[in-house]
Design a binder for this molecule. Structure first.
Ligand SMILES: NC(=O)c1ccc[n+]([C@@H]2O[C@H](COP(=O)([O-])OP(=O)(O)OC[C@H]3O[C@@H](n4cnc5c(N)ncnc54)[C@H](O)[C@@H]3O)[C@@H](O)[C@H]2O)c1
Ligand SMILES: O=C/C=C/C=C(\O)C(=O)O
Length: 477
C-alpha cells in the first residue's frame, strides 16, 4: 500500500511528493505526499464532526469491539506490516516480527481490556445538619477530550503510533495522526485496517508530511485540536509546546534521553554484559530507552569493558541509521568523542560489507571510554549504537553520575544485592528503572520520563487518564 493520507474515510495523495529512501541501501522506495495545510484542516474538521456524530455517543464496550477488530486486522496482515516496517526502517526482520508488529497488536488488545475493565469512583457524602436527608452521592464519569493530534517518530513507527491511537480511541476521542516523514508505510496500512474495521469516517485520520513549518506544525498549532500526544526529540517537544500554549492545549510528551546503566561489582557480569549489549545496540541504539552512558564499579571496570567490547565486535545482524542525515549526525559524535579525548575501544566508523548495504546508512556499534562527564559526547543524546563507559567507586557516586543529566527517561541497574537494588533504583531520576533486565514491558505500568525526557506518562490507566476528562457529579439525595 503506497503512503497515502486518510481523511474522513477517504485515501488521498494530495500534496507535493517527496522521496522515501531505503536506509538499507539508499535506494528510492517510492514517494510520500506532503499534506498541505488545507488537508490537515480537512482532517481536523472531519474529526470534529465525527465526535459530534454517533462515535461521540458510543459506549466503552462498543469502542473496545472496534479495538479488538483492529488488532485482528493487523494480525491478519502480519507479514505485510513486517515487510513495510523493515523496508522503511531497515531494522532486522527478527526485531519487527517479534517486537514492533506484535506490540502494535498487543497495544489495541491491552487497551480494550484496560478500558473495559476500568472502574470509576463514587463517594456517598453526608453533610450533618444539612436540609433533607443530609446525604449526597458524588460519582466520577469520564468524557473524551475531543480531537486528539498524535505525532509519532520513526524508530518504532507502528508500535509508538498505536501506543497512543489505542487508548485515545478507547477513551472515545477522534484522531488526526501524523507519522514521521521517514516511516509512512505501516501507518498507511493501519489506516487500511481501521477502514476495513468499519470505524465511522473521520474517527481516525492520517496525514503525512514533515514537521516544522509543514504538516506536523499545521496540526499541532491548529485551533481545532483539543490535545496533543507527541513522541520525539525534546527540542521538538519544546517547539510543539510553544504552539500548544496559544490555545492552552494539553500535551503528553515522550521525549529524548541519555540513559545510564549502573553495573555494581556484585553484579552477574555475564548478565550485565549481555543486558548492556541489548540495551545499547538493539535497533542500532535508535530506541529512546537505549543506554548511552555506562557506569561500572571500579573493581570490575576493565573486565566489564573487555567483555562488552568482545560481544559488541561479534554483532553482525544490526540495522542502519534511519537516514543519511542521522548517520552523519551519529558519525559527527564519533568524531567529537575522539576530539574530546575518548578512547575508541571498538567501532567508531562505517562498516564495509562489500554488498548493497554499502549504499545504506550503517555505522559501527561503538564503545568509548576515558571522557570527562563534561564532554558533549557524554551529555548529549546521540541516538545511535554507541555508549561511553566510565568507572565509579560507591553507590552515592553511581547515583550522582546517573542523575547528572538534563534527561531522565530510563535506567538499568545491575547488582545481585537486592537491598542495593531497592536502595538505588528509586533514587535514579528516571521514569523507568530496570534491575537486572532491560525493556521488560508490562503495558499497565507508567511509561515516560522526567526533566527533558517528557511530560506525563503513557501506559495503562495513565494513558486513559490523559485521553479523558473526569467529571464529578454530585447528586443531593
Ligand atoms: N520517549 C520516547 O518514548 C521516545 C520514543 C521514540 C523516540 N524518542 C525521541 O525522538 C527522537 C528521534 O525521533 P525523531 O527524529 O522522529 O524525532 P523528531 O522530534 O525529529 O520527530 C518526531 C515527529 O515529530 C514531527 N515534528 C518534527 N518537528 C515538528 C514540529 N515543529 N511540529 C510538529 N511536529 C514536528 C516529525 O515529523 C515526526 O513525526 C529522539 O530524540 C528520541 O529520543 C523518544
Ligand atoms: O523508542 C522509545 C520508546 C520505546 C517504547 C517501547 O519499546 C515500548 O513501549 O515497549
Amino acid at each position: 500500500m503506497k503512503p497515502a493520507h486518510y481523511v474522513n474515510g477517504v485515501f488521498t495523495t494530495t500534496g507535493a511528493a517527496f522521496p522515501l529512501i531505503s536506509p538499507i541501501d539508499g535506494s528510492r522506495l517510492g514517494v510520500v505526499p506532503e499534506a498541505p495545510r488545507d488537508v490537515v484542516d480537512a482532517a481536523v474538521r472531519a474529526a470534529r464532526s465525527a465526535i459530534a456524530g454517533p462515535w461521540g455517543r458510543t459506549s466503552v464496550e462498543e469502542r473496545c469491539v472496534f479495538l479488538r477488530r483492529i488488532a485482528d486486522g493487523i494480525e491478519a496482515r502480519f507479514d505485510a506490516f513486517v515487510d513495510a516496517e523493515v523496508a522503511d526502517t531497515g531494522k532486522p526482520r527478527e526485531l519487527a516480527s517479534t517486537v514492533d508488529i506484535p506490540r502494535a497488536i498487543g497495544n489495541f488488545r491491552a487497551y480494550a481490556d484496560l478500558a473495559y475493565g476500568r472502574p470509576e469512583r463514587a463517594y456517598p457524602t453526608t453533610v450533618p445538619g444539612w436540609s433533607g436527608s443530609g446525604q449526597a452521592l458524588n460519582y466520577t464519569v469520564r468524557r473524551p477530550l475531543g480531537v486528539v493530534a498524535i505525532i509519532s517518530p520513526w524508530n518504532l513507527p507502528l508500535l509508538l503510533l498505536t501506543w497512543k491511537v489505542a487508548p485515545a480511541l478507547a477513551a472515545g476521542n477522534t484522531i488526526v495522526a501524523k507519522p514521521s516523514e521517514e516511516t509512512p508505510s505501516t501507518a498507511t496500512l493501519l489506516a487500511g485496517v481501521i477502514d476495513e474495521a468499519g470505524l465511522p469516517a473521520g474517527v481516525f485520520n492520517l496525514v503525512h508530511g514533515h514537521g516544522a513549518d509543514a504538516a506536523g506544525e499545521h496540526l499541532t498549532s491548529h485551533p481545532g485540536v483539543d490535545a496533543i500526544a507527541f513522541t520525539g526529540a525534546s527540542a521538538t517537544g519544546a517547539a510543539i509546546m510553544r504552539h500548544a500554549a496559544d490555545h492552552v492545549t494539553p500535551v503528553s510528551f515522550e521525549l529524548g534521553g541519555k540513559n545510564p546503566a549502573l553495573v555494581f561489582a556484585d553484579a552477574d557480569l555475564t548478565e550485565a554484559v549481555e543486558g548492556t549489549v541489548r540495551s545499547s545496540f538493539t535497533h542500532s541504539g535508535q530506541i529512546c530507552l537505549c543506554t548511552e552512558r555506562v557506569y561500572v564499579q571500579r573493581p570490575v571496570f576493565e573486565e566489564f569493558v573487555a567483555a562488552l567490547a568482545e560481544r559488541t565486535r561479534a554483532l553482525t545482524d544490526y540495522g542502519p541509521m534511519i537516514s543519511a542525515e542521522h548517520r552523519d549526525k551519529v558519525l559527527s559524535y564519533y568524531r567529537l568523542g575522539v576530539e574530546e579525548g575518548a578512547t575508541v575501544v571498538t567501532g567508531g566508523g562505517v562498516p564495509v560489507f562489500g554488498d548493497e548495504r554499502d549504499g545504506g546508512f550503517f555505522v559501527e556499534p561503538t564503545i568509548l571510554t576515558g571522557l570527562p562527564e563534561s564532554a558533549r559526547t557524554v551529555r548529549e543524546e546521540i541516538f545511535g549504537p554507541v555508549c561511553h563507559v566510565a568507572p565509579f567507586d560507591d553507590e552515592d557516586e553511581a547515583v550522582r553520575l546517573a542523575n547528572d543529566s538534563r534527561y531522565g527517561l530510563a535506567a538499568t541497574v545491575w547488582t545481585t544485592d537486592l537491598s542495593r537494588a531497592h536502595r538505588v533504583a528509586p533514587r535514579v531520576e528516571a521514569g523507568i528503572v530496570w534491575v537486572n533486565c532491560w525493556n521488560l514491558r508490562d503495558l499497565r505500568t507508567p511509561f515516560g520520563g522526567v526533566k527533558a525526557s517528557g511530560i506525563g506518562r503513557e501506559g495503562g490507566e495513565y494513558s486513559l487518564d490523559f485521553f479523558s476528562e473526569p467529571v464529578n457529579v454530585c447528586v443531593k439525595i
